[in-house]
Structure formats: C-alpha cells, structure tokens
Design a protein around this ligand. Structure first.
Ligand SMILES: *Cc1c(COP(=O)(O)O)cnc(C)c1O
Length: 473
C-alpha cells in the first residue's frame, strides 16, 4: 500500500489515538498536581531550534508526541500564572480532535451543518448573558485580535459619513481608546489606514481606568482637526493591569456623540457568567459590539472568539461582497452562511467546544471558573499586603495582579533592575511561570491566575521562590 493510503488507515489512527490519550492523561495528572518541579522546560531559542533540526534528521517518530509534550509549557500546572491563555477543559481536547478530523470548513452552511447551528446557539447564549435583546447576533472567529478588527470595520460601516467600502477612504477617521488598551486596537486602526491621527489614546486615571473626564477634550481636539471620530473602545479589562474601564460612562459618551461603542472583553467579558463579579461589566449591555475570547476565561482551546452585536444586522453589513462560487446574494439574513460576516473564509468548528462544555457541565462551570480565579486575584493581593518585602501596583479587579519585590533601601532604579532579573531567573528555573509589565516606567512582575487549581500554597510558594532568587542575585 502507498504511504499515502496507509496514512489514512483507521487502525493506525485508533492505535495512535489511544497512545496519545494515554500520554495526555499522564500529562494531566502530573501537571495538575505539580508533581514534577519543572513546568516550563526553558531553553534558549537557538538551542531549541537546533534540537528540533536534529530531531527531524535523527529522532524517532515513535515518541514524537511525548517529546513535544516534554518540550512545552504546562498550562494545567497550578504554578502556571503567566499569560491569559487558559488550561482548556480536557473534554475540549476531544472536541478539538473531532473538529480537526471532520474539518467542516464553516464558510457556508453545507460545510458546517451542525456547527453553524451550534454557533448560533452559542452566540444567543452569550447575547442573553450580556443583556442584549432579541435582535442581537454575531459569530465566532479566530482570536480577539481579528474580532476587534472586525468590530472596527463594522463601526466604520455604520458610522462613517462616506461609504469607505466602496469609495475608498476620503475623510480622516478615528477611534478613541484608552492608552492602556490591548495593542491590537492600535493595529486595527492602522490596518484600516487611519494612521497616527486615527487612534486617539486617552490617558488613564491613577487607578488605570480610562479617564472619562478627558473624553470630551480629546474628542473636540480631533474634530477641530477635521477628523471624523467613529468609535469608542472600552477595555474589560485592559490586558496589562486587569482593570476594567467604566463602561457606563463610555456608553453615555458614545450616545452623546453618536459613536460606535465597542467593548473589548477578550479577557474579562467572561465575567458576564459570574454572579459575584458581573457588576463590573455594568454598561456592557449598551455596547454596539462585544468581543469575548473562549480561550482565555471560558476554558476552550485556542482560538475561539465570539463577536456579538447588539443589532445582528450590523454584522451582516460589514463585508458587502459578491463571490458567486461561495456566497449567494439574499435579501433575508441568511445567518447560516457564516463567511458573509466573518473576516475569515474557512475556519475551524470552534462552536463545538463551547457547546460541549455547556451541554456536559452546564453554564455554572463558567461562573465557577471566573469567580474562582477573580477571588484568587484578591487572595494574592491580601497575601502580598501581609508581607513587608512585596507590594502590588493596584488593588486587583480580576485575576491579573501586578506586584514587585522591594526592600526599603533600594532605589527605584535598583528595584526595576532586580525585578527584571528575578522574572528572567524564574523562567529559566522553570518551577513557576509569571510574566512582567511596565506601569508608569516602573517594572512590575505580573501574574494572570488562569488555573483554578492554583491555591494559596502555590502563591506563597511563588513569593518564597522570588525571595530565594533575590538572595542569589
Ligand atoms: C488577549 C487580548 C486581546 C487579543 O486576543 P487574542 O485572542 O490573543 O487575539 C485583545 N484584547 C484584550 C483586552 C486582550 O486581553
């Protein structure tokens, strides 16, 4: 049999599949209990590259999956407190396999009969929890970055006085956003050709919220330059600090000036599911559009992002194109032909991950996940408060906490340098994973508590680990 035909044989798939599930189960049990000390197998990029070059030439394919696992960071380890990607629920690894093999391409209904209908159900579920009414709509897409760009394109379609889609850009357009917003908003504005003047960055308050008092001045200054402001973006929360903008104030301002109000809830929009924390999203129901990442706070694998519109028709109008081989023209809203509304053509069957969670465990699992992790953010701040040698930058509003190690006789400069060295040593040692950020030119260590198995034991362990590293420097 040809190698090609062999590669499709079900028997081989079954055998390899069993092996992989066994390996992943072993990974899970060791990661969840932090049973091996290393949770990130740090290597320099240069050495890691030569390892894989050598592996391709001389390695065995028998242990390939195992080798990849051994060379990867463990998100399921409770000492993983780094970036905002979640440890996905094991069941979604199974739905991901399903999506990979069925490979229903989703662009048109026939290429995703089940998954397109399921996608609509997920969007309706999210819309209901946001507080939207019946006319809401939306779709899933690959990542918050792409979803935010798409929302800005919808804003332009809805608000710009010229039809840029047809005429190309004439007037100068602009988007208002906090200076602390995720960089992808700035990127979206530049992709849209808006340039430096097209991204109006509003300073934050001392507590790192967008300063709503400054909106009017910045708005008027742009108008005076002949710029047409089309949208205002709120962060829920901003990535670096985990602080939520005052969405109600932003909604009011947007109404006053007829702006598109977009909420970037890539990280913390998921708090719509938390009975305890959903109050911080007050005002989100007034947004024209909302982005929520499943792969951050809703336990799905990457990339699964929802873009939900208060008025689903707006989603339908963003990309007004003909492609006769793919997209039929239709008067009514053919919600089931998803490529009409997404930037993407082909995409994965991402809706099934959300659905499998909802169907298997119920929506309360989302509440428990978000609430547990946001509680943990507060516990960590309390823990830091009790020490003499650590301080946090801001009282956390979510599971993101910025803090640093500090001795009373250190200058600001020394504190910055030492904390930067500490962060580098932590990664190299590989027992914990945390990241860093800069706030007002000061260097801070930053954790995002993404793992519901992280407890005070691990947090105390992290502080002790940092003290130990500091004493070695
Ligand atoms: C993570 C994040 C993004 C980017 O989302 P991706 O899914 O990584 O593309 C955008 N905005 C905010 C606020 C984020 O936290």
């Amino acid at each position: 049999m040809s190698i090609l035909k062999q590669a499709y044989q079900p028997e081989q798939f079954q055998e390899k599949g069993h092996e992989l599930i066994q390996l992943l189960s072993q990974y899970l049990s060791s990661a969840l209990t932090a049973s091996s000390k290393k949770m990130i197998p740090w290597n320099t990029p240069k050495k890691e590259l030569s390892f894989w070059k050598d592996h391709l030439q001389n390695g065995t394919s028998d242990t390939l999956f195992k080798t990849i696992i051994e060379h990867s960071i463990q998100l399921h380890n409770p000492n993983y407190m780094g970036h905002q990607i979640c440890p996905p629920l094991p069941i979604t690894a199974l739905s991901n396999t399903l999506s990979a093999l069925l490979n229903n391409g989703m662009a048109v209904y026939e290429m995703g009969i089940a998954s397109s209908s399921i996608e609509r159900i997920i969007i309706e579920h999210l819309a209901e929890h946001i507080g939207y009414k019946e006319q809401a709509g939306g779709f899933l897409t690959s990542g918050g970055t792409l979803a935010n760009l798409t929302a800005m394109l919808s804003a332009r379609k809805a608000k710009a006085s010229e039809d840029v889609w047809r005429a190309g850009s004439g007037n100068k357009l602009a988007i208002m956003v906090s200076e602390e917003a995720h960089y992808c908003i700035d990127r979206a504005a530049r992709i849209m050709g808006l340039g430096d003047d097209g991204i109006i960055k509003i300073p934050v308050t001392e507590s790192y919220q967008i300063n709503s008092d400054l909106l009017e001045n910045y708005y008027q200054a742009s108008i005076a330059k002949g710029i047409e402001v089309i949208a205002l973006v709120g962060s829920a929360p901003s990535t670096s600090t985990g602080i939520y903008d005052d969405l109600e104030a932003l909604a009011n301002f947007s109404k006053k000036h007829n702006l598109w109000f977009h909420v970037d809830g890539a990280h913390g929009g998921a708090a719509i599911y938390s009975e305890k924390y959903k109050h911080i999203l007050k005002g989100i129901e007034q947004a024209d559009s909302v982005v929520i990442d499943g792969h951050k706070m809703l336990m799905t694998p990457s990339l699964t992002t929802a873009l939900i519109y208060q008025n689903g028709q707006e989603a339908h109008q963003t990309f007004n194109q003909k492609a006769h081989y793919l997209l039929e023209t239709s008067k009514d809203e053919d919600w089931y032909n998803i490529a009409k509304r997404t930037f993407e053509c082909t995409k994965s069957m991402m809706s099934i991950h959300w659905y499998v969670i909802l169907k298997t465990y119920g929506k309360q699992i989302f509440d428990e996940f978000v609430t547990t992790l946001y509680d943990l953010g507060n516990s960590f701040a309390e823990l830091i408060d009790k020490t003499l040698d650590f301080e946090y930058a801001l009282q956390p509003q979510s599971n993101i906490v910025c803090f640093r190690y500090k001795k009373s006789d250190w200058t600001e400069k020394e504190t910055n340098t030492i904390n930067a060295q500490i962060r580098q040593r932590i990664v190299e040692k590989g027992e914990f994973y945390i990241v860093q950020t800069k706030l007002m030119d000061s260097f801070y260590l930053r954790v995002t508590l993404m793992n519901p198995f992280t407890s005070e034991v691990h947090l105390t362990g992290l502080l002790d680990h940092i003290r130990e590293i500091a004493s070695e420097l």
